[in-house]
Design a protein around this ligand. Sequence first.
Ligand SMILES: Cc1cc2nc3c(=O)[nH]c(=O)nc-3n(C[C@H](O)[C@H](O)[C@H](O)COP(=O)(O)OP(=O)(O)OC[C@H]3O[C@@H](n4cnc5c(N)ncnc54)[C@H](O)[C@@H]3O)c2cc1C
Ligand code: FES
Length: 250
Amino acid sequence: MREVIARVLENAPITEDVFSLTFCCEEEIPVRAGQFAMIGVSGFPLRRPIAICKAEGERITVCYRLKGEGTKRMSRELKPGENLSVLLPLGNGFYAAEEERRIALVGGGAGVFPLISALRQYADKKQVFAYMGFKNKENLCMEHEIYRASGGLIATDDGSFGFHGSAVAAFESEADKIKPEVVFSCGPLPMMRALAEYTKRKNIKTFVSLEERMGCGLGACLVCICEKTNGEHARVCKDGPVFDAREIFG
Ligand SMILES: Cc1cc2nc3c(=O)[nH]c(=O)nc-3n(C[C@H](O)[C@H](O)[C@H](O)COP(=O)(O)OP(=O)(O)OC[C@H]3O[C@@H](n4cnc5c(N)ncnc54)[C@H](O)[C@@H]3O)c2cc1C
Ligand code: FES
């Protein structure tokens, strides 16, 4: 983990409520898929945790949905050339074993962004199938990245683009055909719970990336504690954000 003063290269909307922010660090920072950054926002003591979407040498891209005051301020104030204080890379990230050749990615909403980094990391080495869900066609983004996948489906809740239904339903419609050995997921908790129930029945190893409010992002403040099914507690920032789905959903 490093604290860097990065320079903003670009910060622009990619849909009506999602911004893509690219910044340049002083040096190349090795990043694993699923790791995140804590981004400083002027006027707020707490940094905002955002998944790293792309790491290209010294250039890092994150995509963030406008939610509350912090992300809205990021969208207004981070202009090209501005400096930005960032902690990165944080958390454990997604991991596929050497012998796991077929990976399925199942993501919804802002959960698509950490999965893009998994797609970029594994697309050349393994067969990666992407099932990415959006509210509607207007909210669709990162198609050019999603199309790196060997297969899969883009899903919209209202059927205005691609598969009509959730990312989980899209995945279930093809799971028997693609036979994934491991599934990586990120998105709303009910979505990941539904996925975990399905993959448990099918005996498919599944990893989920969790979102919790964070203070330090470094494992020290215990703001981000979650309870696992065995009663033990885990720090989402340090022990996660990626967990075996059975640890979280049973
Ligand atoms: C590991 C991780 C990766 C994430 N990756 C992304 C991403 O790639 N793209 C994206 O759009 N969002 C992502 N999020 C969610 C993002 O952190 C929140 O949307 C953001 O912090 C909201 O800040 P705000 O000031 O706009 O909202 P407010 O609601 O005003 O925030 C108030 C406080 O609550 C925290 N908070 C609010 N919502 C969340 C949330 N869902 N998760 C964690 N903390 C929250 C804020 O950080 C802040 O400290 C991620 C969260 C985590 C934990
Ligand atoms: S955010 Fe401080 S321990 Fe996780």
